[in-house]
Write a protein that binds this ligand. Structure first.
Ligand SMILES: Nc1ncnc2c1ncn2[C@@H]1O[C@H](COP(=O)(O)OP(=O)(O)O)[C@@H](O)[C@H]1O
Ligand SMILES: [Mg+2]
Length: 672
């Protein structure tokens, strides 16, 4: 068999990584330019299509650090306290090796040396240790006791510090996740669509979770390493400064391995995380569309796609594994070599009487204390880079401005704002992801309280126009005014609070029927909900259900029929009582009987509020104050039902078509 597809894709990926590295050098700027011909190759054609994607650059360590420091605002106090406790704990634990030296030199060596002068100078020491020349055993026991007590105290303090740090990690995790969650909800829609629902979940769970771990891998562990390193270095300096220089030689080694390899590893981790996000979003999508998957017997294809993507992830991870092991292996070699070298040198000094045996023993203990944190650092460098990559991706999301920022000094509308006139002036629009114009030079005046019907073929741009009125997008040219004020000068949330939208595709949350109807007004009581449901001709089927209004309807309302979902959505709108109402094929899933049932409540609903209605049924359209016929994003005709009929244009053709059909068939004609 030929090379497997994921193998080929992986080879491409490796070539990309090399290319990216060649371009960026080992520096932190690597892959600043690469994504356009780097990442997107890896991502495959689908992702390449949406041009400006989230996550096109890699940040420098300094940028990441300061961003991280911002993110953990509110947890800094406990973290700093943890670092303080850690320092004290380490300082205390640096003392015991001294006991080893004292025991060997002043008690066990024959003839015993006197206690060092500087130690005897410390008040109280002689009374605790006694005189080793008189009673060596008493001194030995005293040393053992002091060492034990110090170790215990140091350990307790370290434990306390660690506990504080762990608590902060968990709290920071929650707050960072919340921040990413809230920000993602306010992102411009096309960004949200590009991330996909499963992808967002992956980002929030994996990446945001990992960011909090940076408290350990970026602050706690390095701080421990630094304090322990400096502490043992200072002590070593007193013992033998030449030995200390030997320890210092290791520093550049740390630096070099860091710069050379670490900067290569982070982009790899980013890629792995990105791939995982792809897999998660793919799986979410598959299960979201499980009916389609089954209907077209695509289960095998979907599984094999999952397997293929997973396969690629495995290859990427194994590839990263090698890079990780390189660093660790270097350390596994460097540290024993360094100890051996220093042992040689120390032994030489002892033989020549320059150093005591106690000194060397103590030195070796301190040497482990010196190297240990470095080794830990090197080991955790990998996790560290992995978490940094997560931070990088989080920042990509957080950096995207929230949805359509309003202009400086935007006005807040009060929820009592009455009578909204909407004026659409020379609006043109294309979606952010494509250049194809969807609306061109559309102008419509909707007086306060009027109902406007949008008519036109599928793809004419009707939904798009309502998207602009709801300000899910801003027009690319022209303006939309509400009560004479440009929408961009109105605070978005206060404007949206006036809006009610019922779409053909009803979205329901997994919850009870009551909760779904009361979504816009969570405080509504049961009688209000029942009234709204009756007006939408929904109470009949609701009462037939076992638990009535407390029936749980499953994710996206899977346990309801299309028409039932639509009636719930209409009830939701009736209860919300919005100032501006958008009905986008809101009754398309209803049979003629149900539609007739809610017709009068719909006309009540449309009464006295500004409404934009997209519908097929002539009866709904004919009652509108203004009818706008759209085609290919342009306004063809506007006028009332009578005016347009009299004109004898497109509208009349459409009406005739529907008349003919309705004589033979009561179902709505499929204009759309
Ligand atoms: N999110 C989107 N991104 C890019 N193009 C879109 C998007 N939504 C709709 N379009 C395009 O805009 C055009 C108008 O769509 P739409 O307003 O939904 O039509 P209608 O509601 O009249 O059937 C269509 O050609 C469609 O392909
Ligand atoms: Mg539409």
């Amino acid at each position: 068999m030929a090379v497997s597809p994921s193998r080929r894709r992986f080879d491409d990926y490796r070539a990309t990584v090399q290319e990216r590295h060649r371009q960026g050098g080992a520096g932190s700027a690597s892959s600043t330019h690469a994504p356009h011909h780097g990442h997107s190759d890896v991502d495959g054609s689908r992702a390449a299509r949406s041009q400006k994607k989230i996550g096109d650059r890699t940040r420098s360590f300094f940028e990441l650090f300061s961003a991280f420091w911002q993110l953990i605002q509110g947890h800094r106090g406990p973290i700093i306290a943890a670092l303080g406790l850690l320092s004290v704990g380490i300082a205390i634990r640096l003392i015991p090796p001294l006991g080893t030296k004292l025991a060997i030199d002043s008690v066990l060596t024959v003839p015993a040396r006197p206690l060092p002068e500087w130690l005897v100078a410390v008040p109280g020491v002689t009374s605790i240790l006694g005189d080793p020349a008189v009673s060596p055993m008493r001194t030995l026991v005293a040393i053992a006791l002091v060492v034990t007590v110090l170790t215990a105290v140091g350990t307790m303090i370290n434990l306390l510090g660690r506990w504080l740090a762990t608590k902060s990690v968990n709290k920071a995790q929650v707050s960072i996740r919340r921040r990413v969650f809230e920000h993602s909800m306010r992102l411009p829609l096309h960004h949200v669509y590009a991330m996909k629902s499963g992808g967002v979940a992956s980002l929030i769970r994996e990446d945001a979770g990992g960011v909090a771990d940076l408290i350990f891998s970026m602050l706690y562990n390095p701080w421990r390493a630094i304090v322990q390193f400096c502490g043992s270095l200072v002590i070593l300096m007193f013992v033998d400064w030449k030995l200390m220089v030997g320890g210092l030689i290791l520093l550049p080694v740390v630096w070099v391995t860091h710069r050379t390899y670490i900067n290569r590893i982070r982009p790899l981790f980013r890629d792995v995380r990105k791939q995982r996000q792809r897999i998660d979003s793919g799986a979410t999508e598959t299960f979201g569309g499980i009916r389609v998957v089954r209907t077209f017997s695509r289960s095998r294809t979907e599984s094999s796609r999952y397997v293929r993507e997973g396969d690629f992830l495995v290859r990427q991870q194994l590839f990263t594994w090698w890079w990780m092991r390189i660093i660790e292996t270097i350390w596994e070699v460097v540290i024993p070599l360094a100890s051996t070298g220093l042992l040689l040198y120390g032994g030489y000094q002892i033989i020549h009487g320059q150093l005591t045996l106690g000194d060397l023993m103590m030195f070796l203990v301190y040497l482990t204390m010196l190297l240990d944190p470095l080794a830990t650092l090197a080991g955790s460098a990998v996790t560290f880079q992995n978490n940094l990559a997560g931070l990088d991706r989080i920042l990509d999301v957080l950096e995207v401005d929230e949805e359509l920022p309003s202009r400086e000094g935007a006005a807040r509308l009060s929820s009592q704002t009455q009578g909204g006139a909407i004026s659409i002036r020379g609006v043109s629009f294309h979606y952010p992801a494509s250049e194809t114009p969807v609306l061109q030079d559309v102008s419509i005046e909707i007086a306060a309280g009027q109902t406007v019907a949008l008519v036109g073929r599928s793809g004419a741009g009707k939904t798009t126009l309502t998207n602009l009125i709801a300000r899910f997008y801003d027009p690319t040219a022209g303006e939309i005014h509400y009560n004479g004020v440009d929408l961009r000068d109105i605070e978005l949330s206060s404007y949206r609070a006036l809006l009610g939208i019922v779409e053909q595709d009803v979205f329901l949350f997994d919850g009870t029927i009551h909760e779904n109807i009361a979504y816009a007004r969570p405080k509504a009581n049961r009688p209000d909900v029942i009234a709204a449901a009756s007006a939408a001709a929904a109470d009949e089927f609701i009462l037939k259900m076992e638990l009535g209004y407390d029936t749980v309807i499953g994710e996206r309302g899977v346990k309801l029929s299309g028409g039932q979902r639509q009636r719930l959505a209409i009830a939701r709108a009736i209860l919300a009582d919005p100032q501006i109402l958008i009905l986008d094929e809101a009754t398309s899933n209803l049979d003629s009987q149900s539609e007739r049932l809610i017709q009068s409540s719909l006309s009540d609903l449309l009464q006295d509020r500004t409404a934009v209605v997209i519908a097929h049924r002539l009866s709904t359209i004919a009652g509108a104050d203004l009818i706008v016929v759209l085609e290919d994003g342009r306004v063809l005709e506007t006028g009332t039902h009578a005016e347009l009929l009299a004109r004898g244009g497109h509208y009349q053709d459409m009406v005739n078509l529907q008349m003919n059909q309705s004589t033979s068939d009561a179902s709505p004609p499929t204009v759309n």
